[in-house]
Design a protein around this ligand. Structure first.
Ligand SMILES: [Zn+2]
Length: 72
């Protein structure tokens, strides 16, 4: 994920600004892994393989449930 995206990314729930915590960064400055935390609702959105996952919390829970059902 390019850090420039921080200027346009917003929390899907309340359009709040996001804070970037970088866990892993490429040589060119691209964020490979980390967390985007909403400054309004404090919900954390993961960045995995360079892709920010900005699904709303309820949708995220729904998908996780479905994945668990599929696995079980
Ligand atoms: Zn929020």
């Amino acid at each position: 994920m390019e850090k420039d995206l921080m200027d346009i990314l917003r929390c899907p729930e309340d359009k709040g600004r996001l804070r970037l915590d970088v866990d892993e960064e490429a040589d060119d400055g691209e964020v490979l892994a980390g967390t985007l935390t909403c400054q309004e609702c404090e919900h954390a959105y993961p960045i995995e393989d360079g892709i920010p996952n900005l699904l709303p919390p309820d949708l995220q829970a729904e998908i996780e449930e479905e994945l668990e059902d599929a696995a079980g």
